[in-house]
Design a protein around this ligand. Structure first.
Ligand code: AMP
Ligand code: MG
Length: 292
């Protein structure tokens, strides 16, 4: 468990971060389309080039600053949008990621949606119906805390629909995402990879801390019991749905500070590639005198 606090909310670039050379290369975490994934071989506890949590703060600060600046342009430009999808097992760190990576971003223009068990109305529609309602509008960043991928994860592991039904969904989801990207939405998908031991510690921490007990859902133990089946379902999701237009990234997430800085780098780089521009200013602004 890490204790050191991350940099303060939306603080401006400091002299040290202005000259910082980032160490993280998002390509190292990206799942190449068509490649195979062996989650058991991918380490969950990593530190990259950082000696400690404190050592990573300047770079986290640097990437967050880029996100804040680029989001302002994206919002002003009002032409394209970004969808960030977060998937992980319970206690995987989805909430913490949202809190730390998007800290300081103007809440106007950022929308977080958490997908829970579908309501009866949602179940009466196709599984993408509720998802499509929350995809980002022009200028927005939408963050999905869980997503359409639950329909090939929990639904598959707990046999909520027959195999013939969930099997078709990988292609359906790829088609859906391709259509979104063709109409102006950039998609980044983040899988938080934690170990079974780390989950045990985090679940125990929820039980031990009165302020965290509300997060403990005894039903999470039923999912933990099916750990290996979930790992297989994650593998298939990562292998079958990492595409050129909507790539998956696998993040070693046992160390929360490392997870945060890697995801901040991925989001910042993605926004930079989108290259949002402020709209053209009105003509003749230099001649304008504001009357008393
Ligand atoms: P949490 O994110 O911890 O608040 O829990 C939300 C719960 O809703 C998780 O157990 C998810 O697996 C579950 N959930 C989300 N989407 C679906 C879905 N499409 N079908 C069934 N369960 C779902
Ligand atoms: Mg939960």
């Amino acid at each position: 468990m890490q204790s050191a606090a991350p940099p303060p909310r939306g603080a401006p670039l400091t002299a040290s971060t202005a000259t910082l050379k980032p160490t993280i290369d998002p390509r190292d975490f990206r799942v190449k389309p068509g490649s195979s994934v062996d989650l058991a071989k991918l380490k969950t506890k990593q530190s990259g080039d950082f000696a400690s949590s404190e050592d990573s703060h300047a770079e986290l600060h640097y990437h967050r600053d880029r996100i804040i600046t680029l989001q302002e342009r994206l919002w002003a430009e009002h032409k394209q949008s970004l969808l960030v999808i977060l998937q992980a097992t319970d206690t995987g760190g989805k909430d913490g990621t949202i809190r730390h990576v998007f800290d300081g971003v103007n809440p106007q223009g950022v929308v977080v949606t958490s997908f829970k068990q579908p309501t009866p109305e949602e179940l009466d529609h196709d599984y993408l119906w509720r998802i499509h309602q929350h995809t980002p509008a022009k200028g927005e960043i939408a963050i999905f805390n869980r997503s359409q991928y639950e329909d090939v994860l929990v639904v598959r592991v707990h046999d909520l629909v027959p195999k013939q039904v969930w099997q078709k969904r990988y292609e359906q989801i790829n088609d859906f995402e391709e259509r979104l990207t063709e109409t102006g939405t950039t998609i980044v998908k983040i899988f938080l990879h934690i170990s079974k031991d780390e989950q045990k510690e985090r679940l125990q921490a929820r039980l031990d801390d009165p302020d965290k007990r509300w997060k403990f859902n005894p039903g999470d133990l039923a999912d933990r019991d099916r750990w290996d089946d979930f790992q297989k379902a994650y593998r298939d999701m990562l292998e079958r749905c990492s595409t050129e237009f909507a790539p998956w990234y696998i993040i070693p997430a046992d160390r929360k500070w490392y997870r945060n800085v890697v995801i901040a780098a991925i989001v910042a780089d993605t926004l930079e590639k989108m290259d949002p521009q402020f709209p053209k200013e009105a003509e003749g602004l230099d001649e304008i005198v504001i009357p008393d």
